[in-house]
Design a binder for this molecule. Sequence first.
Ligand code: ADP
Ligand code: MG
Length: 750
Amino acid sequence: MAVSHSTPTISASNRASAVQRGQRRGDNYTTAAISTMPAGDPPLSFRDLDAIAVERLKNLGTKRAAALAELEIRSVLDLLQHYPRRYLDRTRQARIVDLMVDEEVFVVARVERSASRRTRRRQKLVEVVVSDDSGRLKLVFFNQPWLEQSLNVGRTVVVHGKPSRYQGALQMTNPVVDLVGDRTGRIIAVYPQSEKSGLRTWHIADHVANVLDRCEARSIDDPLPDELPTRLKLMNRHAAFCGIHRPETMAESSRARQRLMFDELLRLQLRLVQRKRRMEQNTAGLSHAVGGELVNLFVAGLPFELTDAQQQAISVISEDLAKAHPMHRLLQGDVGAGKTVVALCALLTAVQGGYQGALMAPTEVLAEQHHQTMTKLLGDFSVPDETRLTASRPLRMELLTASCPAAQRRKTAAGLAAGEVDIVVGTHALISDDLQYESLGVVVIDEQHRFGVEQRAVLRDRGPQSLTPDLLVMTATPIPRTAAMTVYGDLDVSVLDELPSGRVRIDTTWARGPLGEALVWEAVRDAAAKGHQAYVVCPLIEESEVIDVRSAMETYERLSGEGGELAGLRVGLLHGRVSAAEKEATMSLFRSNQLDVLVSTTVIEVGVDVANATVMVVIDAGRFGIAQLHQLRGRVGRAQYASNCYLVGEAATPEAEARLQALVDSDDGFHLAEVDLELRGEGTIMGERQKGRNDLRLASLRRDKEWVEKAREVAIEILDDDPDLLKLPALADEIELMLGDREAEFLLKS
Ligand code: ADP
Ligand code: MG
């Protein structure tokens, strides 16, 4: 697009004629700074808007531009997407004379006087008197000294709060104050502003208004297929941008938000679905023979019946494995749901057909444990021996971690390269470049949250003849379905939503204060007396900076030392600083019930499976997240024995309080995931790094669940018909702009 610098002559835009899609008003396009354009220029695309630097706008010098840059606003598009934080509906504004004690209101008023002083307790106090045409009101602010600067006399402010009566007069203490300038209009948009650089919400509002006026002539393009907005009852996009920044009614602003939020979600889902499909197309996979004897034998030999959910998952996975394109599936299941068995079926399917299987765990302790379980379950299995026509040989399974002796590692590596090892269990050493597989057919990654997309990508082309092995990712950190659609958008999702029968509910207690804690240790001793075992988990180790955190070592010594709460019991210690061999030795003592109590850091957080353990004690539980606590709790109650979880300590924040209470109230991982999302917001799911960068400015995976699903459906519908978005070039280009490869990579690194 040509951008010229001719003198702007702004025509007051006529908002009532809110530009219909494609409508042009050729005589009215005097929006020069953006472009001098011949009549009939096409509507402005995101890319057009992105190409216009904010410096081109009226009244916008370098200083202002620098201030905007601090808010990451560099182009006109950035400005348009700098959405109001909230709105003030002036029709609901109160007059000072009508204020009543304790009734929450807002008033728009002028600052009359402003002064600050120190109270006797050395607190800084700012006192401000404001007035409207009906009366005066005193505002008192504690500890917000900077307000004195901004609330200078003559300024118009919007004050929200509850009046109280003080010495006979009404006043508001610590009200929320918005400086809005002398905005007129019924609804005032309040923007996120930058105190530091003196950029106020009304400055932003002015620039945005300026942009909207200038866009009026050409209008902002709507990239959606024509019928879609109508079908979904969404506004067209130009109207939405006007409506979110300059709504006439609150209803208009929320409809505008809905449209723009849908666009964000749709772009994301299109990107994810497209990516997933391309990956499926461009990678050739193995078509496994399913329904073989090995799997049946394995299932028949299990000491229990599979749950319906397990059967269902196994059958869906078999279908995936039989297909020629590589499986890419996420298996979600609450702790204890029995994911390992499902994984083994997938691995055995590979082995059955002469391929190799790899099971990757996040820690050595877990890898070791999986190896043991599998040795127990599969120890005497045989596989067909290709070297001799009719014979068979024992199934060979190996453990491969960084701490295996070098000689053993070499042997395993050689066996994998020669195709003599059927199943290998290990840590991410398994996907290191120098490890050769003769015929890697299925890879299972346990406890996904520690592995990112990058690691998944490493697997591509690792199979025989550069075929991509099938991949099953398992996670015990359930996340809500709609969030899964976004975060794991490139995976198919299966859910184990049923626990094996006979499990007893884990009784969870929040133990506060010394008395509460005493009961906890009594419970541990009781369990030990009955021949059961307990875990005691501590949050940090040797963190000299964090003085108030009890380290695992201290706890160990305090509890097991002479006169300690657990003196006389067999107590072991496990933390990240001991050697892997020592770690394994301790674990193995615990597994064989030669330890009553295992004091440990969170190394046991995921996956550890010792059925005889019935008590979980978490010290300083307030420091853990919901998912982590739920994981920890899942280490007990793994058999039919009644089990207890004790969350020890006070909650330092209301949020921590809510977390602990949620754990006490519920043991449903999916429910807890929702609570977590509620408490912590999207950041939990998207990850810190992603938050700043992603295209989701309005959409909330929490509030807008139904729209996430709708966007997913629409994305699939569009791509079914038009896989490369050839019919919707504007939309394709916008996705490229907003979620280009770099951004998408970023987004997917969970
Ligand atoms: P998770 O899903 O947390 O990884 P595991 O696979 O470790 O769960 O299984 C937890 C425990 O439940 C294991 O001891 C396992 O042998 C047992 N288990 C798995 N499936 C069943 C079932 N269908 N019935 C009874 N016990 C089961
Ligand atoms: Mg597990």
